[in-house]
Design a protein around this ligand. Structure first.
Ligand SMILES: Cc1cc2nc3c(=O)[nH]c(=O)nc-3n(C[C@H](O)[C@H](O)[C@H](O)COP(=O)(O)OP(=O)(O)OC[C@H]3O[C@@H](n4cnc5c(N)ncnc54)[C@H](O)[C@@H]3O)c2cc1C
Length: 399
C-alpha cells in the first residue's frame, strides 16, 4: 500500500456520517466545542446511506417514535415538525415521516455549523494507548480518539440463494433493490423473502408497480409495534441486562430480544389490503429449500412443503449481520479484543480497551443492549463516548 502524503491532525476522528456519527458529532459540538472532530465517509454527504435505504425501499415513515433522532434534545424533532408545518404521520406512537426526519437532520447539521464529511475510507488503522493513525484512501489522519460509526455488516444470503445470487438481477439482497429506478413491473412475478419491515415495504412497492408478489416468511408474520420491546430502552429490562456479567449470556439475551423480522399492525393492514386485491400472496410458516434457474431468465423456488413457485426476480429481505471484524483495516486494533457471536466486548463507555477506539451502532450491542443499532442507540452511545472523552456529562439525557 502506498502511503498517502497528506496528513491531518484532529482530536477525534469519526468514521461514518450516518445517524450515529451525526449524534456523536452534535454532542461533541454541544459539550466540548473546542474539541476538533473530523468525520469521514465514502461520500461527502451526511446520512447518505440512511436516506438511500428509505428512498430505494419506498419507506415514507420511520418505525421509531418522534423522540428518537440524532439531536441531543428528545423533543426537538416534534417541535420542528410543528413549527415547519410537516404533517404528522398519524400512525400509532407518532413516528415521523422520512421527509420530516430528513429536513430536521439537514437543519440540525446546518445550525450546528457542521462541515460536510471528508471523503476518506480507512485502509489501515494503527493504535497505541494515546494516538491513532489512520491511513485512508485520501490521506493520513492522526487522531487522539477514533469512533467507528460505519455500521459494518454483511448481507445475510441464505444457502439456497448463493449460486444464483451471482446472476445479475435474478436474486438480489433487499439493500440492492431500488424501487425508484423501476418504472413498471407489470406481468412480473416477484418473490420477497422475509417477514420484516423491509420485506413488507418491498412487497407493497412491487405490487404498486404492477407485479404479482409473493412474500415468504419462515414464521407466521410477527406483528409488533417496534422491532425491540420499549422495555429495552430503559431500566425495565436494561437493569438486569447490565448486571449480567457473563458476556455470552448478555449477547444471547440481546439476540433473543431482537428476534427476527417483525412488522407493526398498520403495515400488516396495508399488506392485507393488497392480499384482498389479489396482488400479494403471503406464504407464512414456510421457507425456500432450493432455487433452479429456468429458460425464461427466472427461477423456480422449491418450498419446504414441496410446493414450487416461479419467480422472475427474488428479493432477499433477510437482513444483515453486524460485523466489526469485516472492517479489515481495524484488524491490528481488534487483535486482543474478545468477540461473542461477532459482537465485540466493550467497556461501558463503548471503548475497545486499551485502545482509544470506540464503537457505535449494532457493534455496541454488548454495552447498550438490543436497540444499540437503532436511533435510540445513537444518542445513548454518543452520550457515553463523549462523557468518557471529555469528562462532561449531558444532564438531560438519562442513560
Ligand atoms: C430500511 C431500514 C429502516 C430503518 N428504520 C429505522 C427507524 O425507523 N428507526 C430506528 O431507530 N432505526 C431504524 N433502522 C435501523 C438503524 O437506525 C439504521 O440502520 C441506521 O442507518 C443506522 O445508522 P448508522 O449511523 O449506524 O449507520 P448508516 O446509516 O449505515 O451509516 C454509516 C455510514 O458509514 C459510512 N461507511 C460505511 N463504511 C465505511 C468505510 N469503510 N469508510 C468510510 N465510511 C463508511 C456509510 O457510507 C454511511 O454513511 C432502519 C434500518 C433499515 C435498514
Amino acid at each position: 500500500m502506498r502511503r498517502p502524503s497528506r496528513v491531518l491532525d484532529t482530536d477525534v476522528c469519526i468514521v461514518g456520517a450516518g445517524p450515529h456519527g451525526l449524534a456523536a458529532t452534535l454532542l461533541f459540538k454541544r459539550l466540548a466545542p473546542s474539541v476538533s472532530v473530523t468525520v469521514i465517509d465514502r461520500t461527502n454527504k451526511w446520512l447518505q446511506a440512511w436516506s438511500r435505504q428509505f428512498e430505494h425501499a419506498g419507506i415514507t415513515v420511520l418505525r421509531s417514535p418522534i423522540v428518537h433522532h440524532p439531536y441531543p434534545d428528545a423533543l426537538a424533532l416534534d417541535t420542528f415538525q410543528i413549527q415547519n408545518g410537516f404533517s404528522a404521520s398519524g400512525l400509532p406512537y407518532n413516528p415521523p415521516t422520512s421527509e420530516c426526519f430528513s429536513a430536521f437532520c439537514s437543519e440540525i447539521i446546518h445550525d450546528a455549523g457542521l462541515d460536510d464529511p471528508l471523503i476518506a475510507v480507512p485502509q489501515l488503522v494503527h493504535a497505541n494507548q494515546n494516538q491513532i493513525e489512520l491511513i485512508t484512501s485520501t490521506g493520513i489522519i492522526h487522531s487522539r480518539y477514533l469512533i467507528v460509526a460505519s455500521n459494518p455488516h454483511y448481507k445475510i444470503i441464505p444457502q439456497w440463494a448463493q449460486d444464483l445470487f451471482r446472476k445479475p438481477n435474478l436474486i438480489r439482497h433487499a439493500s440492492d433493490v431500488n424501487l425508484l429506478d423501476m418504472t413498471d413491473l407489470d406481468g412480473q412475478s416477484i418473490t420477497v423473502i422475509g417477514g420484516g419491515m423491509t420485506a413488507a415495504h418491498l412487497a407493497k412497492g412491487a405490487a404498486l408497480k404492477g407485479a404479482s408478489v409473493k412474500m415468504i416468511s419462515r414464521r407466521p408474520l410477527q406483528i409488533r409495534n417496534f422491532d425491540t420491546d420499549p422495555g429495552w430502552l430503559g431500566p425495565k429490562y436494561l437493569s438486569d441486562y447490565y448486571s449480567e456479567t457473563i458476556a455470552s449470556k448478555r449477547i444471547q439475551i440481546a439476540q433473543e430480544a431482537r428476534g427476527g423480522g417483525t412488522i407493526p399492525p398498520w403495515i400488516h393492514d396495508v399488506l392485507l389490503d393488497f392480499v384482498n386485491e389479489g396482488d400479494i400472496e403471503l406464504l407464512e410458516s414456510t421457507e425456500v429449500m432450493s432455487a433452479q434457474p429456468t429458460s425464461t431468465e427466472g427461477c423456480l423456488l422449491k418450498l419446504k412443503d414441496e410446493k414450487e413457485i416461479y419467480s422472475d426476480q427474488v428479493w432477499l429481505a433477510t437482513g444483515t449481520c453486524s460485523s466489526l471484524q469485516s472492517m479489515e483495516c481495524l484488524h491490528p486494533v481488534l487483535e486482543n479484543i474478545s468477540f461473542v457471536d461477532g459482537f465485540p466486548i466493550l467497556d461501558s463507555s463503548l471503548r475497545l480497551k486499551p485502545h482509544p477506539v470506540y464503537v457505535m451502532g449494532r457493534s455496541a450491542t454488548f454495552a447498550l443492549g438490543p436497540a444499540a443499532g437503532n436511533l435510540w442507540g445513537a444518542t445513548r452511545a454518543a452520550h457515553r463516548i463523549t462523557r468518557d472523552i471529555t469528562g462532561v456529562e449531558l444532564i438531560s439525557n438519562g442513560s
